[in-house]
Design a protein around this ligand. Sequence first.
Ligand SMILES: *[C@@H]1O[C@H](CO)[C@@H](O)[C@H](O)[C@H]1NC(C)=O
Ligand SMILES: *[C@@H]1O[C@H](CO)[C@@H](O)[C@H](O)[C@H]1NC(C)=O
Ligand SMILES: *[C@@H]1O[C@H](CO)[C@@H](O)[C@H](O)[C@H]1NC(C)=O
Length: 721
Amino acid sequence: MKLQTIFCSLLYLLSAVFRATADEDSSSRSSIIFTTLGRSDYAFDIYTLPISDRPTTANEIKITDGESVNFNGHFPSPSSSFLSFLLRNQTLIQSPGPQDSRDPPPLQLIYVTERNGTSNIYYDAVYYDTRRNTRSRTALEQHGAEVSTRVQVPLLDLNEVNGGVISMKDKPSLSGEYLIYVSTHENPGTPRTSWAAVYSTELKTGLTRRLTPYGVADFSPAVSPSGKYTAVASYGNKGWDGEVEMLSTDIYIFLTRDGTQRVKIVENGGWPCWVDESTLFFHRKSEEDDWISVYKVILPKTGLVSTESVSIQRVTPPGLHAFTPATSPGNNKFIAVATRRPTSSYRHIELFDLVKNKFIELTRFVSPKTHHLNPFISPDSSRVGYHKCRGGSTREDGNTQLLLENIKSPLPDISLFRFDGSFPSFSPNGDRIAFVEFPGVYVVNSDGSNRRQVYFKNAFSTVWDPVREAVVYTSGGPEFASESSEVDIISINVDDVDGVSAVRRLTTNGKNNAFPSVSPDGKWIVFRSTRTGYKNLYIMDAEGGEGYGLHRLTEGPWSDTMCNWSPDGEWIAFASDRYNPGSGSFEMYLIHPNGTGLRKLIQSGSAGRANHPYFSPDGKSIVFTSDYGGISAEPISTPHQYQPYGEIFKIKLDGSDLKRLTQNSFEDGTPAWGPRFIRPVDVEEVKNEQCAFEDCHWLNEMPNQRDRGAALEPDKVQCGV
Ligand SMILES: *[C@@H]1O[C@H](CO)[C@@H](O)[C@H](O)[C@H]1NC(C)=O
Ligand SMILES: *[C@@H]1O[C@H](CO)[C@@H](O)[C@H](O)[C@H]1NC(C)=O
Ligand SMILES: *[C@@H]1O[C@H](CO)[C@@H](O)[C@H](O)[C@H]1NC(C)=O
């Protein structure tokens, strides 16, 4: 006993010493901010509508609790042995207390949530009371039933399961005592290759097994009703070729137990789901008419299962896109799908009656002007679930959103935040952030206070002067513009925006000049310019602009862009397509400001991207955005992202120690690295904006509609199927 006490205090002392050392070496503690297209506005919750009743607001129940972003739900089988264990075990959950016997049984849900800076899979059991419908309610409880008690359990202990490494979870299923899900925590070691793999975790023990073979990526897993098989969408050994719209994955099945007996059953298909042990539905874009449609595949009862021995039938007709199908065990009467109809700009959940070959619209009657994603059906076929905006702000209890969303960092000395604004950059001491909204440049304190607009026209890429602390440089003009558009490097004195020379134009040649970065002594600006026809790098006088001194740093018939000057002045990092000009592929390079020492730092595959380099405050590492980790989920299952593969990585200047910092299926970009360690907690901002996001733009394109048949016309409101 005594020995143990001494040992413990020794450990405590040692750790105190290490802590003190870490605190003194402040250069090793810092913060990274980055942007995710639209992500701050998602505010998703999971809802459900009964299938046998009218789809009305009064019948819709919000199942999740309005915290964070909740999506990709799954109704587990109430007979799951793990759930009975969970509901019995008083040490795992608080007892919900005595329930009124007239209340319906609880709704049980498995879903992905991004609370607490990481993604995890949660289980919620919701006891609700339909009889309280008529009672007057607050604006927060405007749905069909009141949730009287909620039992909530995170299902994965991330520290135990994945060694604390953050990961993305796509479409989880509970099968018996096992949770089957996708995670991206294992690096396949090959650039531009997806890290997405299917895992199974035995929930009582935490024992986790990888089901996807090494060297392969799997998406959208679905477990068969008996639990024996799992189906996935996968590129197999082909690898990802850069697709960002409808993926041309194939469908494979394997034994859920250990991933063996893996066999391809369908060429070209995604988002599989099972009705019984030999029947699955999936989606693909029809080769005949280009409509994304649901298909059915039947496996042979005997003999070898292969792409040759299965039979495939189209289920949904041309004339609308129908995708992300959902089934329930043994139900041959209907499936649920998400649709995009030529008559609506919104993605809605509908049933498809397999007997009458008719659609039955659901969510359009409840929330016509909202997108609804990724339906799922309860095991007894009585309910359909989906996720959509909860209507208000990030949190239910006020008009606030997250300005800085804390993301669990794999490196304890670096705090990591998703920032609600584009092209963020830190002031020299890290206490202010400049950023862009289209249009306009803004400045805000890193605690969220004193947000104000400092420039009113369109601009992109911001950077602070390291010496003149109130000066922010930006590229004024249209973003993503052609070589011939006029974009100018301008400087803004953000503490004197009304002053006569608060905004100064530093380039004067009428060409496309952008992505400024300042030398540590504040004397020079490196930027990219099209002044001789190609995007190359130039260095000009920081105070006087190009009229006071200009020289060319790089030269060639390609694009050099997104440059960043190291804090020790020795290097300029930039992205360039010189390896394959015009291909859209960008690699990252380093060059000395005097034009010597050019070398490639990282290339993502032969056609990939490594963009937006930004030096660490100590100058030893670079943070950047890249498709090095490939794609993480079927893009059709998430809101619109131009590049649903952008993740934030860091790398040392010698090319070693590549680390993936973000793991999700969104487009993460424009990182900036500041010298202050910002406490890793969310920073809220007051904002009255409603949850809003765009559906995948490519779904707006409807194929030729001449052949629209009568079968397409949805039934009017219909009860029961
Ligand atoms: C409840 O769960 C804990 C933790 O998994 C376990 O140690 C305990 O034996 C369980 N109790 C019962 C009654 O199952
Ligand atoms: C997760 O965040 C919630 C607030 O969203 C908080 O109440 C809870 O304590 C956090 N849990 C953990 C494990 O940090
Ligand atoms: C160029 O700059 C680098 C880094 O500062 C230096 O090591 C090198 O000697 C310089 N070369 C010339 C030719 O000036």
